[in-house]
Design a protein around this ligand. Structure first.
Ligand SMILES: NC(=O)c1ccc[n+]([C@@H]2O[C@H](COP(=O)([O-])OP(=O)(O)OC[C@H]3O[C@@H](n4cnc5c(N)ncnc54)[C@H](O)[C@@H]3O)[C@@H](O)[C@H]2O)c1
Length: 418
């Protein structure tokens, strides 16, 4: 394929240099001829300096926050936005208005009108806004899509899909951490599962006609704190038996510690112990200021009459996705490890084993494939990013409408004229 800038790498500025941004920037490290980081805006000094030194950025290419960057912008083809979701809308709009293409972490923004405004601004300015729906780049989910699209099993009639968020991810992110309060980030369905809804729309290639949703914050509430428990796990006499212990998660098992920054001269042990003694992540799960749900279901009827039942669950040990697709001539059943494909008549059951890539870095390579697709979209005139901003807004619309249904107890009929 012809490239418009074959000899030059695509240039990008990172806004927010935390966990996700560093995953995507790995592509630039592995493919310096295709992607070059030319600036960074990051509040946290340790993270900003780490990225600056990894990519050899000059002081004038480094900014303490995105506002400083937009006051004095560095020329580039694109901006990668990896800030927390309450800081997506503003930098994204500024980037679009300044004529940058944008690779935007999900969710797009904190309300449906904001999502629509981003899509409209991108259309008006003629820039690309690619939303990081990584499932579309993951070998297991691509295989499901290929089988459905091949037509070998006929047409989809119904789908059951489960997003097992898992206990550790839930207590870390949605009880103690960044995504614990709707007003700070978003309702959990939007923060965590806009990916799943995007995947379901991708599979069915249809829009949703009607939906209803139920769910609540059932367990991680003050009234469920066991008698004798204390505000911090590190002091708690019940810690040794508690399945939600922060001491066990961070100190014993060393899980979910990648966003604990270790300043120069300090050790990881000291940082973890400081969190356990005084930080948000040392708090008892029954005594946090969390308000997002810990379980939610959504039922959908699509415009092609396909029905979908979707469940988002915290109370599981695993954190995999399970999907059962029932089609007119067979069924597909998978849990991210094994994918089984059965025809109702004729043919052997086909089994695909993905257990070898489960838990592999960069979402089994999906993060890097996504960046590559974005780079191709910028550098090759005829290449299209796998998801349009319009499609991403559609999956977000369903999440926001599901929230409306959950809070009102009503079925929501989606506007078919949209
Ligand atoms: N696509 C996925 O699979 C996936 C997975 C996890 C998280 N996410 C999304 O990625 C986004 C970032 O999540 P994360 O886990 O990387 O968070 P993070 O906290 O590790 O990184 C966010 C960074 O933004 C920086 N920041 C905050 N305000 C800023 C400002 N005004 N200017 C510049 N930098 C600022 C923070 O200091 C932090 O380093 C969120 O929207 C999250 O929902 C996506």
């Amino acid at each position: 394929m012809e490239r418009t800038s074959e000899t030059k790498p695509v240039t990008i500025v990172a806004i927010g240099a935390g966990n996700r941004t560093n995953k995507y920037l790995e592509y630039a490290i592995r493919n310096p001829d295709r992607l070059k980081l030319v600036g960074v805006a990051e509040l946290n000094d340790i993270r900003r300096h780490a990225v600056a030194s990894k990519f050899g950025l000059k002081p004038e290419e480094c900014f303490a926050d995105y506002e400083r960057f937009f006051e004095n912008p560095v020329p580039a083809d694109a901006i990668l936005i990896g800030t927390p979701e309450n800081m997506h809308f503003e930098p994204c709009m500024k980037a679009i208005e300044a004529g940058y293409n944008v690779l935007l972490e999900k969710p797009i923004a904190q309300s449906l009108p904001e999502c629509c405004r981003i899509a409209e601004a991108a259309r008006r300015k003629g820039v690309i806004v690619g939303v990081c729906h990584v499932l579309r780049y993951h070998p297991y989910f691509i295989k499901i899509k290929e089988i459905v699209d091949s037509g070998q099993l006929g047409e989809i009639i119904s789908i059951s899909h489960l997003a097992a968020v898992g206990l550790d991810r839930t207590t870390h992110g949605f009880v103690r951490g960044m995504w614990r309060r709707e007003e700070i980030t978003n309702p959990m369905l939007i923060s965590k599962c806009c990916h799943d809804i995007d995947f379901l729309l991708w599979l069915t290639e249809a829009r949703c006609r009607k939906l209803s949703s139920f769910g609540s914050l059932r367990w991680f509430r003050a009234e469920n704190a066991p008698k004798g428990s204390t505000p911090r796990c590190i002091d708690c006499p019940l810690e040794k038996e508690c399945p939600y212990s922060a001491v066990d998660l961070y100190y014993n098992r060393r899980d979910w510690i990648s966003n604990f920054d270790v300043p120069e001269g300090a050790t990881l042990d000291e940082v973890i112990l400081r969190q356990l003694r005084t930080g948000d992540y040392g708090r008892c799960v029954f005594r946090c200021d969390n308000d997002v749900v810990d379980h939610q279901i959504v039922s959908m009827e699509m415009e092609n009459d396909v029905t979908i039942s979707f469940s988002m669950d915290a109370f599981t040990l695993g954190d995999q996705r399970e999907t059962h697709i029932r089609l007119t001539h067979g069924e597909i059943d998978g849990d991210e490890r094994i994918l089984r494909v059965r025809r109702f008549r004729g043919g052997e059951e086909q089994v695909y084993d993905f257990s070898g890539i489960l838990g592999k870095p960069f979402h089994a390579g999906a993060d890097l494939n996504l960046v590559e697709d974005f780079v191709d979209t910028i550098s090759r005139r005829e290449h299209r990013f796998r998801t349009s901003i319009g499609k991403s807004v559609e999956s977000h619309r369903i999440c926001f409408e599901a929230e409306r249904s959950r809070l009102s107890g009503q079925t929501v009929i989606l506007d078919q004229t949209r």
